[in-house]
Design a protein around this ligand. Structure first.
Ligand code: HPA
Ligand code: ZN
Length: 332
């Protein structure tokens, strides 16, 4: 099998995907029309032209603006459904999906409206083709810890449907320590904990996520390479890093795909995985990330298989489910 077919068809998990970041320009424009939201774009080309980011914040400005077209339960359903169909097409047999409640509740959308839409699509995909999934509720780090606590409280009726809490949005100036108490409270309620760290922020933010937030997985984490002691610990503890190659190129974390350190990280023994982050904004879904690594980094079949195995190992699945998926990958 050629490498393009191999990476496209191999079974894999995705662990770092923001559902609000899957909003395709077509859906953004259709929902804007439906709700009478005026967008500063006349055509799809205008939207694509705006996807020319200089850093994380320049993306976030557009991402939050785009999410403002999501209003009704069916909008949240349609958004989630479209991503789950991609999972089926790309053989993403398990996905751990991040969502940002504050982006909606701060606009007066009820937490329940958002959740019913998302959960409806997840249940339908599970019923129709056995899609496996988990949900990660993210706190926006540019907002206060009090707001994060309020979000944790709103999630109480959905405790059994949400598996983990995370931390996203503008990293610089918003260190993990700002959220120590809310992560402690979430852990006491039984949530798994993850956080974005070391995307634009320094290695100190990765140390902070590990030591103050007690996370068991780091989102991005590429800047760990600047700190040998940190790399040593991440390798020793096999702490997963959910790396997003196309995102890193588009947000100028690295210059070009050929400069991306993901394969060097794999060689060091870090438990790295490949993820798409916000696919339409960054130029592609999970398979597009693997294909960009084939083109830019010469990714080979053994490396691709290792990355897919890591995606199952790094997931929050039960051990027996992990073994089932790993056996299927082995047989592929
Ligand atoms: N980083 C931080 N916040 C985000 C991202 C990201 O890559 N995507 C969506 N919210
Ligand atoms: Zn992210």
């Amino acid at each position: 099998m050629d490498i393009i077919s191999y990476v496209s068809d191999m079974p894999k998990a995705e662990l770092h995907l923001h559902i609000e970041g899957t909003l395709e320009p077509e859906m953004m424009m259709a929902l804007a029309e439906k709700h009478g939201v005026v967008l500063p774009y006349a055509t799809l080309e205008d939207v694509h032209a705006a996807y020319n980011f200089s850093d994380l914040q320049s993306f976030l400005d557009l991402y939050y603006f785009g999410a403002s077209v999501l209003r009704e339960e069916s909008d949240f359903f349609d958004l989630m459904w479209a991503y789950l169909v991609k999972c089926r097409q790309q053989n993403i047999v398990h996905t751990e999906i991040m969502f940002d409640p504050q982006t909606h509740t701060d606009r007066g959308i009820a937490f329940e409206v958002m959740m019913q839409g998302y959960l409806g699509a997840l249940k339908q995909a599970e019923a129709e083709w056995g899609q496996s999934s988990k949900l990660i509720m993210c706190f926006l780090r540019h907002l206060s810890q009090a707001s994060a606590f309020e979000t944790l409280r709103m999630a109480e009726p959905f405790r059994d449907e949400i598996d983990a809490v995370g931390l996203d949005s503008g990293e610089l100036g918003n260190p993990p320590e700002k959220f120590t108490e809310v992560f402690t409270a979430a852990a006491q309620q039984g949530y798994q904990c993850v956080a974005h760290a070391g995307e634009e922020g320094p290695p100190a933010y990765i140390w902070g996520a590990l030591n103050s937030l007690n996370v068991t997985r780091i989102d991005h984490g590429v800047r760990c390479l600047e700190d040998d002691e940190l790399v040593e610990q991440l390798v020793r503890d096999q702490t997963p890093l959910t790396v997003c190659p196309l995102s890193n190129v588009r947000l100028c974390v690295v210059d070009e795909m050929k400069d991306h350190p993901i394969l060097a990280m794999l060689d060091k023994g870090l438990l790295v995985t490949v993820n798409s982050d916000d696919p339409p904004y960054f130029g592609g879904y999970l398979n597009d990330n693997f294909l960009a690594m084939v083109g830019g980094l010469g990714l080979n079949q053994a490396q691709a298989k290792q990355l897919a195995a890591n995606s199952f190992k790094a997931s929050f699945l039960d051990e027996d489910k992990k073994v089932q998926f790993l056996d299927a990958l082995e047989a592929f």
